[in-house]
Design a binder for this molecule. Structure first.
Ligand SMILES: Cc1cc2nc3c(=O)[nH]c(=O)nc-3n(C[C@H](O)[C@H](O)[C@H](O)COP(=O)(O)O)c2cc1C
Ligand SMILES: [Mn+2]
Length: 515
């Protein structure tokens, strides 16, 4: 049964022995990070942590590391294996046009399932997130927002589900973008320029500036979402409304991070994952809806003509991302549940909680990658390469140049555009076995011939690229080379013992007592 809310989820975590309560007083400034970091470094991820005695915040517990193990990721998505989610996606994609009445009839359960994806709007009285409504005298620092690392530019809300509406299509987007607290009513809004909410803001700017000064849109596009030298009177219509839900049921929180195509509303993804509609409620001061069971909701807007320095922030690369200019979120109203629970996460040197979320995304997205690149057998984004820096792909190679085609396909696919290095191996190489991958790559390449460079957008967190957000990527074709690719030398077989000898040795192995 789908989790109603964060509390329901916490109960399950506790029942499953996955949650530890911390009753010792801890400071939200750095201390919660140090404890969570140490707990997450255990090989299987360490427990979820509920800090019940947070210095300066009596009565507001902080939940950390809720997704921080494979077991919890599966519990969150209510599956025994992440492949199950992939299987459900495959089943959806596999639909053939039904022939005849019986086949149509067989499809009815699936259609009923699809009905569960759509969110449902409930009234405010059925929405726990409205138990307290603060239209004035609110302060976001009334919640235990963490300062994560020593050189961070301030305190950051790290697990927010940020809701915006596409000004053109009216579709909603939910993305997780960190928010640096500037003061009680103002935060940063760190949506990177390639993310959906940044495009919503650009759409608003195009609408506001487009008629007279298209140059402004250019300037805007150069920045993360605002612009420094256009003067737009910030009328209400010159804003992008934003709502932020903190502490939602796990499927909704997870949906905010998945790299879904822009056309797909994350509330539908959450509905698909939990197999029950997400309940939404209208906001008080903006024309948006938020999960009705959220612990805390911040409503407000981002001005079209405002940027502010954001960062530094100790990031999931293991390095700090340095200051940059990002839009500013002005809070117009805060609503919350009685006795709210504050949900957060930290990022830093891997492995951290986001490693487990990333691995779940890797499994779930494989069938979707195969839609465009059906030759892909498996993928591995090693945690240590912080996902976007390295993708290892195995392919069933059927024609010359196919490894390069796959690289280019990946660089063209949504957020996979950020992949700095792609390694392509043949289908008989297990990409999850990094020793095997290393052996193949080191043996199979003629570096000058098999390494390909290209230029394009890179992740905003990349500190090594020649320019912020723009740089090179590398693909390594470690597949066996074919004559059709100009390789006419014989390619040696890999060493393997014959089956009969193996069987004979199996039969006597234990007697030999060699291990
Ligand atoms: C803990 C965590 C923090 C994140 N912080 C940011 C962030 O500050 N800015 C950003 O652009 N993406 C961030 N991301 C990645 C986005 O959530 C992810 O790219 C998501 O797909 C964006 O949604 P969108 O495609 O609807 O824009 C974060 C992800 C996680 C798991
Ligand atoms: Mn999206």
């Amino acid at each position: 049964m789908a989790y109603n809310d964060l509390r329901d989820w916490i109960k399950t975590l506790e029942k499953s022995g996955e949650l530890k309560r911390v009753r010792e007083e801890v400071d939200p400034i750095l201390e919660i990070t140090e404890i969570t970091d140490r707990a997450s470094k255990s090989p299987k991820g360490g427990p979820a942590l509920l800090f019940e005695n947070v210095k300066g915040y009596p009565g507001i517990p902080v939940l950390m590391n809720q997704f921080g193990s494979e077991r919890r990721m599966k519990l969150a998505l209510e599956v025994d294996s992440l492949e199950e989610v992939a299987g459900r996606i495959r089943a959806l994609l596999d639909v053939k046009s039904p022939e005849g009445f019986l086949e149509k009839l067989k499809m009815l359960p699936m259609l009923a399932d699809i009905g569960k994806f759509f969110p449902k709007t409930v009234s405010a009285k059925d929405a726990p997130c409205k138990e307290a409504i603060l239209r004035e005298n609110f302060d976001v620092l009334d919640f235990p927002v963490l300062k994560c690392w020593p050189l961070d530019g301030g305190r950051f809300i790290t697990l927010p589900c940020v809701v915006t509406r596409d000004p053109k299509t009216g579709k909603r987007n939910v993305g997780m973008y960190r928010m640096q607290v500037y003061d009680g009513q103002t935060t940063g809004m760190h949506w990177q320029r390639q993310k959906n909410a940044a495009e919503h803001l650009r759409e608003r700017l195009r609408a506001a500036a487009g008629k007279t000064a298209s140059a402004h849109v250019h300037i805007m596009a150069e920045t993360a979402g605002g612009t420094t030298n256009i003067t737009l009177t910030s009328q209400k219509e010159d804003r992008l409304e934003v709502a932020v839900a903190i502490g939602t049921d796990p499927a909704t929180t997870f949906a905010a991070i998945v790299p879904a195509p822009p056309e797909v509303e994350e509330f539908m993804i959450a509905g698909f994952l939990r197999q029950k509609p997400v309940e939404l409620v209208r906001c008080e001061t903006v024309d948006l809806e938020v999960p009705a069971h959220a612990e805390i909701v911040l409503e407000g807007y981002v001005k079209l003509d405002e940027l502010r320095t954001e960062g530094p922030f100790g990031d999931h690369t293991g390095f700090y991302t340095m200051e940059d200019e990002y839009p500013v979120f002005h809070i117009t109203c805060i609503t919350h549940r009685r006795n709210p629970i504050y949900a957060s996460t930290i990022v830093g040197k891997p492995p951290m909680e986001d490693a487990w979320m990333g691995k779940a995304v890797e499994r779930i997205f494989l069938p979707l990658m195969r839609l465009t690149l059906p030759e892909i057998v498996d993928v591995n984004l090693p945690v240590e390469a912080v996902f976007h820096n390295l993708m290892i792909v195995s392919i069933r190679k059927s024609y010359a140049g196919q490894a390069r085609k796959v690289m280019n396909g990946i660089w063209a696919m949504g957020q996979a555009m950020f992949t700095k290095c792609i390694i392509v191996v043949d289908e008989d190489c297990d990409v999850q076995d990094l020793r095997e991958v290393t052996l193949r790559v080191a043996n199979n390449i003629d570096p000058e011939r098999d390494i390909q460079f290209t230029l394009g957008p890179v992740d905003s967190l990349d500190h090594a690229s020649r320019l912020p957000n723009y740089g090179s990527k590398m693909g390594i074709d470690a597949t066996r080379k074919w004559a059709a690719e100009g390789f006419t030398r014989p390619w040696p077989p890999m060493i393997e013992m014959d089956v009969a000898t193996k069987a004979r040795v199996d039969a006597v192995w234990n007697k030999l007592r060699l291990t």
